[in-house]
Design a binder for this molecule. Sequence first.
Ligand SMILES: Nc1ncnc2c1ncn2[C@@H]1O[C@H](COP(=O)(O)OP(=O)(O)OP(=O)(O)O)[C@@H](O)[C@H]1O
Ligand SMILES: [Mg+2]
Length: 264
Amino acid sequence: MAVIDASGVRYSYPDGTLAVDGVDVTVEAGERVALLGPNGAGKSTLLQLLGGLLDPDAGTVRYFGETTDADTVRDRLSVLTQNPADYLFNPTVREDLAYGPNQLALTEDEVDRRVERIADRLDLDGLLSKPPFRLSGGQQRRAALASALTVEPEVLLLDEPLSNVDAANRATILELLDELADDGATLVISTPDTELVPQVADRVILLDAAGEIAAVGPTRQLLTDTALLADCRLRPPQVVRLFESRFDRPPLTVAEAADRLDER
Ligand SMILES: Nc1ncnc2c1ncn2[C@@H]1O[C@H](COP(=O)(O)OP(=O)(O)OP(=O)(O)O)[C@@H](O)[C@H]1O
Ligand SMILES: [Mg+2]
């Protein structure tokens, strides 16, 4: 089943900038998809269109094969925009994390349980009573992600969820995203970073600098296509560049490269 089916979606900002130019995107239930493209390609705009935070000037976005009204599926779909401050507006981090689940018909205990669980997972437990604007950049990013996760959505649309995040927290978040995917969640992750893509996505929607789709395909196929990526002002991951002349099917991640070297 397509959880999101966008057809002919176009969007211009009020100043006339055409950010997304007639895009078709289908996301199937349980998929892990990356929206990959250079700065200004329209990833954030497209993510907001897919999440129903922006209304397209032309085209439609259909949810769960049922409706084009995003408001009716708000409890099934979470969007994390690129700016953490969009989610951090309460007096404390705890209240920000509870904000989403408080809109659902949950008991106070259940809301508290969710907040504690996610805060613990994302290493935010010591920060719950702080005002969110007093957090560091990376802490704010994690708090915003936590606020998107406490509603336990079926579909998660995340705009650069790992930017500003240190290595240990990156690993934690990647593990958490894997668990959510294993539990059946659908993940759409926007990033300009080809290194991140193999860790979060099985399929890639590649946008070019003009805001059009340059290609859609399996992660392995797109991330090893140096010419295609160069057309979009991107480069393959470093391990691909290192091994492409040495292996037929170059590894995409350091872990995969280590396995392949051991095999030899
Ligand atoms: N509020 C706005 N008003 C006018 N133009 C905008 C606005 N937001 C974005 N744009 C323009 O729309 C285009 C797409 O921007 P968008 O933020 O979607 O790109 P992106 O792919 O997410 O880039 P990045 O990798 O830098 O996050 C860019 O040309 C940008 O300048
Ligand atoms: Mg962006």
